[in-house]
Structures are given as C-alpha cells and as structure tokens.
Design a protein around this ligand. Sequence first.
Ligand code: F6R
Ligand code: MG
Ligand code: MG
Length: 365
Amino acid sequence: MGKKITVTVIKADIGGFVGHSSVHPDLIEKARGMLNGNPILIDSHVTHVGDDLNLIMTHEGGRNNGEVHQLAWNIFQSCTELAKKMKLYGAGQDLLADAFSGNIKGLGPGVAEMEFEERTSEPIVVFMADKTEPGAWNLPLYKMFADPFNTAGLVIDPKMHNGFDFEVRDLIKNRKVIFSCPEDLYDMLVFIGAPGRFCIKRVFHRDSGDICASSSTQRLNLMAGRYIGKDDPVLIVRCQSGFPAVGEVLEPFAHPHLVSGWMRGSHSGPLMPVGLAQCNPTRFDGPPRVVALGFQLADGKLHGPQDFFADPSYDRAREKANFIAEYMRSMGPFEPHRLHLDEMEYTTMPEVTKKLKERFIDLRK
Ligand code: F6R
Ligand code: MG
Ligand code: MG
C-alpha cells in the first residue's frame, strides 16, 4: 500500500463584506498567513465563495484529524477577531461553540473530506456554493454518477459500467443508507428528491470501492435550534480514469436547478455557476452561486486552481439562471418562490398568529 493523502475542505461564514455578499480580502490574507508553511499540512489553498471563507488543505492525517480541524478552528477564530474589529457583518456567525473539542463537526463550520491513495494522475474538483444547503448537490451528484444522459462513461467506459454506490444521510433522523446504482436508482430517487432532508454524503466506485465524492452535510439551522445562517455546502469530486471525466463532473451545472436558500435562507432559486470574479451574491442576496476549482494533486501538492465556471461555455447557464431568477422573483412572497413553511429560516408566523388570535373564527363549532 502506498501512502494515503487526505483532502480536507473546511468553510465558515465568519463575517460578510458588505452584508452577506463577500469575504474581505484582509480575512483571506490572514487565513493564508496562518496556513502557509504549516508543518501539519502538505499544501493549502484559501479562497471564498460569497460570504464563506474556504480552506482547502492536504495532509497525511486522515479524516476527522484533530490537529487539522483545530488549525481550521483557530483560523476562523482569528479571522472572527479581525472581522469584529472591522465591524464586518455577522462576525463569527458560523462559530457556534466557544471552545474546540477535538473535531470541528457539529460546531458550525462545514467539512468535506476524503482519504485515498493518489493515482498516477489525480485530478480533483472542489465545488463551493453560497446561499443554499447541502442537498443542492443531490441532483448534480446523481447526474455525474448515475445519469447516462450526463455521463457518457457510464455507458461506454468499461471501468465505469458497473456503476457507483451512494451513501445517503437522513439529516433529521441522523442515519445513513447505501444505494447501489444502477439497480437501486428508483429507490434512491424517492429519498434524494427531497434534498432538504436526505443528502448524498459520499459516492464510491463499485468495482474498486474507491471514494469518488464527498460533501458537507451540516445543517446549521437544525444544529443551533434557531436560524444562524444557511449551511452553504462544499463538495470534493475525483475525476477521470474510471471516475467521471472533468467535463462530465461539470456538465450538470450547465442547467441551473432550483435550490433552497437565497434571500434569508427562505427562498427557492436557480444555482448559478460562476467564476471566482463573479461569486458575490447580489440580486436579492443571490441568486445562489456555485464555483468549481480544479486541482491536479501531486504527492498532496495542489497544482491549481483552474476556475472552471469562468469559461464562456457557462455563459448560457448564467443567462438561463438570470431568466429563472427573474421569473421566480415575480412571485414575491408566494410559494414556491418563498419556501414552504417548514423550510423557512425566518418566520413571523407564530407572532402574527398570536396577534390575530381573537380574529380567527373557528368554523367547526
Ligand atoms: C441568506 C443570507 C442573507 C440574509 C439576509 C438578512 O443565507 O445570508 O440573505 O439572510 O441578508 O440578513 P440579516 O438577518 O443578518 O439582516
Ligand atoms: Mg453571512
Ligand atoms: Mg454564505
């Protein structure tokens, strides 16, 4: 067995610039300074999408590594101090605990990680989204790893033809189930078609058992028991040589699908694929954005990034997303633009109901 590399992506919103739209460059600089040359890492890359600060790290410490998670926690804390000094918006909003207790899971920041033996050549894509939730990856992951109309390799590459296993998490009951596709496709769709509750956490290559994709599934609103912020998700995907090609991994985002999030985490809107230069949600705090950064790994070194959605071949997807955004906005406070009552992160329903209590007349009497 060769040596194993772990790719860990940890993100948090620790202060927005301006409002909830972006991350101030000083915070990115601070995070870079704390990661650069750190002896527990092989390499790192700091970036952002919208108001989320993303730390992309490689190391040999395995998943849920205490030292690596501690490092990320310390960075978010130091950046929060700076954000507070600059009075950035919502400074420290995703840091739910006062002290780190060995593992960053459950503390607020989002984590996606995978450990594997590097192949002869190891292309990976890191997806990062703002103003949406982890279930936003369900449809694209389904297309990448189970839909032959998206991924030609499922049909014509002998190394992919036996399909993939999907690990799906039930975020409400905190349990998981594995679906082996293509056989379990119809059963799986019953669940992953409800992305507010069931999320694809990981995908494995059936022939080899190798990990292919790993997402973050934290639900901040549930964890905190009250609204703290949308749990803008991240996703790592390995590509090529028996896994979907880079182009097959990017292809699902050519058709912007509707996701939950957007303004006040309480609206449905299209997920717009953008380059880093366009990743700051603007219209009605959106529409929700996704960035795709490609890296070639070499002994854990991150060669990249390639800012995939900056490409003109995604111009049409952006146009389409803008068209859908325009249409959805026209519905204002009505469902399905505004989310269903159970899914909204802001609500005045209890207060208004209380205020109008006397004015409601019971018709059953
Ligand atoms: C959504 C988001 C924003 C805020 C909105 C109101 O995830 O971050 O749309 O919900 O700007 O923010 P507050 O309540 O902080 O004024
Ligand atoms: Mg924010
Ligand atoms: Mg955000």
